[in-house]
Design a binder for this molecule. Sequence first.
Ligand SMILES: Nc1ncnc2c1ncn2[C@@H]1O[C@H](COP(=O)(O)OP(=O)(O)OP(=O)(O)O)[C@@H](O)[C@H]1O
Length: 468
Amino acid sequence: MDDKIHEIWNVRFINRIIDSMADGVFTMDASGRISSWNPSMERISGYTAKEALGRTCQLLQCSHCFGKACPANIKKCKIMETAYPEAKECHLRHKKGFDVSVIKNASVVRDDDDNIIGIVETVTDLTELNQARKKAEEAALRLGEIHRMDNIIGRSRAMQQVFAAISAAAASEATILVQGESGTGKELVAGAIHFNSERREGPLVTVNCSALAENLLESELFGHVKGSFTGANRDRMGRFEEASGGTIFLDEIGELSPYIQVKLLRVLQEREIERVGDSRKRKIDIRIITATHKDLYARVREGLFREDLYYRLKVFPIQLPPLWERREDIPFLADHFIAGMNKKTGKAVAGLSKAALRIFMDYPWPGNVRELENAIEHAFVLCNRKLIGTADLPLEIRQPTYPVHCNATADGSFSPKTRRKKLSKETLYELLDECDWNKAEVGRRVGLSRTAIWKYMKKFDIPLQKEG
Ligand SMILES: Nc1ncnc2c1ncn2[C@@H]1O[C@H](COP(=O)(O)OP(=O)(O)OP(=O)(O)O)[C@@H](O)[C@H]1O
């Protein structure tokens, strides 16, 4: 290819590159007149190339420029005095009159004799970035809102003790171990401690220790250096480092392998970590909150969890009671979730019907508060009256056979086992009223046959037809 053709190719390539750039690019000649204007400049400013060419960059009415003000005469622009590209964050005025947040980058182009022959400016649109920043700020605010103490519902004595423990934990830097069955609110409590502590401005990083295999969890927590294992293509910061200045919440801590238990023990003792494949020690400033639905001490006794780690973790233990042990909280929790769902769906459900509330009070809630929250969500889909009725509730809640709690099982977990629950006379009366005394319908709602309902009615001396 001779030089001429080569030059043409270069120009074409350069033009194509400039035209396809996401950033705006424009050039000005030595007199400050716009001489080129790429498609992204059209998008960012609203001015077409035809409208911009030949004008000065005052067209953009930037909020602040490279000098204090944008001089009409380009020769007086401060950019002429700078030897290197200059970048500034500012607003430009879109053709339609609104401000666009941008980063402007400008540099002077000189010929071989050092005479200025023009200026190149690039303009990066910050709108999307700002929107993402705003969303992240809003999400952080929402997270803080969810974890406000008054969003944790509980009037029972047991929950009052939990609130006192959260306040004390938030005022300290102690390592916290939150224990309780699944769905009792362990993550909620961890968040409340963080957002009420001195570290609230810092990050809250959550890691579920049961979700990853040992080697992946190690790299997730501690990070790694490039080449430390197949697929480690670059250095990566771990979650401990990410939580610096804030709190790390390690959920399902009972699932940790012996190897990671040793590594965690070292973090607790030395407050420093080493990335996988690196021998450099890095100091970390973090607060550690852990949680488990297992009976951790049972796991220690079985030799599955290190005793020294157990004692380091439970410096400040918080035990969350299962819902069936604090039934008095059920109506308040139901009201709380109904209010939340009303807001979310625009419905105006006033509460639970008497019969539905009775079922709520009788049911043992093996899935605890999460199950109650799901039951309300389920009911909202079906409910088209003022009160949530029994028919709106999930089948397993209105069925008389359901799981009931017992204490820790052989594998050290608090898990439910099954027992049959009998229908009470009062519940049966309310159900009959709700179903216009249609026994088949009552049976369907509680998962029993019509004959079984008849038998119950006979046993309770309930007449077969509504009296009066
Ligand atoms: N006391 C409470 N007041 C209001 N909402 C609660 C309460 N306890 C739990 N919740 C809600 O119940 C759901 C489950 O809570 P969370 O995830 O904190 O439970 P968990 O104990 O961490 O469960 P798991 O062990 O399964 O991870 C969440 O939506 C949470 O907001």
